[in-house]
Design a protein around this ligand. Sequence first.
Ligand code: G3H
Ligand code: 13P
Ligand code: ZN
Length: 319
Amino acid sequence: MLVTTTELFKVAYGHFAIGAYNINNMEQALGLFRGGIEAQAPLIIQISRGARKYAGVKMVEAIIRAVEEMYPKVIFAVHLDHGDEATCHDCIDSGFYSSVMIDASHMPFEENVATTRRVVEHAHSKGLSVEAELGMLGGVEEDIQVDEKHAMLTDPDEAAEFVRLTGCDSLAVAIGTSHGAYKFKGQQSLHLDRLGLIQQRLPGFPLVMHGSSSVPREEVERINLAGGGIDPSARGVDVDEFAKAVPLGVTKVNIDTDGRLVWTRVHREHFRDHPEKFDFRKPGRIFVEEYARFIAHKSEKLGCAGRLEEVRAALTQAD
Ligand code: G3H
Ligand code: 13P
Ligand code: ZN
């Protein structure tokens, strides 16, 4: 059942966070929906500009429509991840998306406000909600390179002002995470104190945590044992920190890199162990199963596992 992101946030806020997973292909979609059923958890599907280019806009939509038909009990929203203004307008007009993210966080404050405001006006006129971003995560977001030294945590006063001026519906905040596999050197650090201050200025307002993969050490080791060359010091977010972020207003948690690691490990190990084989459906099937298990595990940690019927009941009551 395709629902709006706003509806999901209303049920979730303060109680649990919803995992937002990027999809690029059929196998990810199958694993995601099977994981949603296994965990009885609502989901947010994210589509990046890169995914739209890779699979094609029509193919991504077709994959999602197909998997929805195959697993009608899953409750999910469809979200544009890290959109620029043109892509946001395109997705809003397409009628397919539940919500869009306008990422103008690399622009000066006033320009970020003006750009976000234009997207919000268009989106709200069509019944979609908008996630915006303020502050800068370290790491790489598509073509935007943010030097770690300049990664800036979100300022709580600016955040409140930004939400007031733009009318956005949720806000991606920079609290120490970054995209990709190399988030932290040594001990990882989520700035929960900063998150608390942002929540004080924006009570009840849904906050979003990007760059939330955990980059499991075991996954990196297995990839490297199977011929990979990932820096073994790669570290991500401790999954046990999610439970601390939820009461502080985090309602959506973005995870992409970890899924890519599962894909890489499954395929590298399969072809290492069976060098004579070339049928990609065998590792493909293993990936779908492992990805489903991965989604179920993340859902437990986010607190959204076992919530499907509660969410369904809340949505039906609201009708
Ligand atoms: O934050 C970015 C997401 O991981 C999407 O990655 O732009 O390579 O599809 P992508
Ligand atoms: P990761 O790179 O930590 O998976 O973050 C994904 C993300 O924030 C997508 O918007
Ligand atoms: Zn992101």
